[in-house]
Design a binder for this molecule. Sequence first.
Ligand code: NAD
Ligand code: TDX
Length: 340
Amino acid sequence: MSTVIVTGGAGFIGGNFVHYYLWAHPEDRVVCVDKLTYAGNLSTLAPVMDNPNFRFCKLDICDRDGIFKLFEEEKPDIVINFAAESHVDRSIENPQIFLETNIIGTSVMMDACRNFGNVRYHQVSTDEVYGDLPLDRPDMFFTEETPIHTSSPYSSSKAGADLLVQAYYRTYGLPITISRCSNNYGPYHFPEKLIPLMIANCLNDKPLPVYGEGLNVRDWLYVEDHCKAIDLIVHKGRIGEVYNVGGHNEMKNIDIVKLIIKELGKSEDLITYVTDRKGHDLRYAIDPTKIHNELGWLPETKFADGIKKTIKWYLENRIWWEEIISGEYQNYYDKMYSNR
Ligand code: NAD
Ligand code: TDX
């Protein structure tokens, strides 16, 4: 039996991971550490709150004393760090908190790992650390050898964290791995991000704000496939290695928006082209050869099925996202989108 600390487990991917991990490893104990920022939602964890192998701990990963105390109590075998400020647009408005949580928080978690017996550490990173690819070069992909070349304060903070993780491996011999995944979608996705925002606005017959001309390309992966990849890397990955995770599912933003409109039976008149994101990355595309060859990982959910499942989840769980969009989030939305 292992004790696994999962940070950021009240967020989108961390929450899905907690559900998946408790199901896949019923013998293990999961301790979720989450500060419950605007993006953390305890209702995401409601289905596992009564599980005797689960503990929730409201804690900031930058709180060194609190984190060290928790390690002393729990004596974890594995730490998986999902906790982050994750939204590119927010990082453009206010970079500071991104540096604090994404870089300082990562260093605190790794210091705790070093201090309590060189605990196995996994860093959940992103393909955004590689910057972007040209739209007219469909032959180009991000491999693990692609140089780090970031565009936004968010991706820079994630890249800074990745470099620190690699430094802790080289300098202290901390047993680390890093996964760099493409865009995820699925249940419990916070409605500030493209897919859930478009679903929520469509259902409320509100304008669908497409940045620029909607031609930017993202490589979408169903969140459960990402969770399975992390589980594999944590248990079977080679220490010190980076693994790219993605399913060769590139789509233009405008095509995603039109697909959601069609699935929900709405009109394309809802589409509103708005001012582009500053420094907007053109295209992300992952080459997942390494994780496939070494660990046998392949995505299991096709986009056509995954997007249907996701839309169904948002239809069946209106309370989850309506509570979000009726609260403080409304101020954010007005700030970002009115007069854009
Ligand atoms: P999210 O914003 O939905 O969730 C982040 C969670 O971290 C929230 O529960 C929040 O409360 C918590 N958190 C934030 N600051 C914290 C702090 N200082 N201490 C403790 N908890 C804190 O993010 P997500 O989309 O689930 O992303 C999870 C991870 O995966 C991030 O590291 C992100 O960079 C990475 N990632 C995301 C995607 C994607 O498409 N969403 C793709 C690749 C990688
Ligand atoms: O209202 C919108 N209109 C729009 O056109 C929003 C919110 C987004 N977009 C565009 C911008 C991007 O090209 O859609 C695309 C996807 O945007 P986001 O959902 O904000 O995701 P992205 O910026 O690609 O970053 C995501 O993937 C990588 C996650 O938020 C990151 O945490 C992850 O690292």
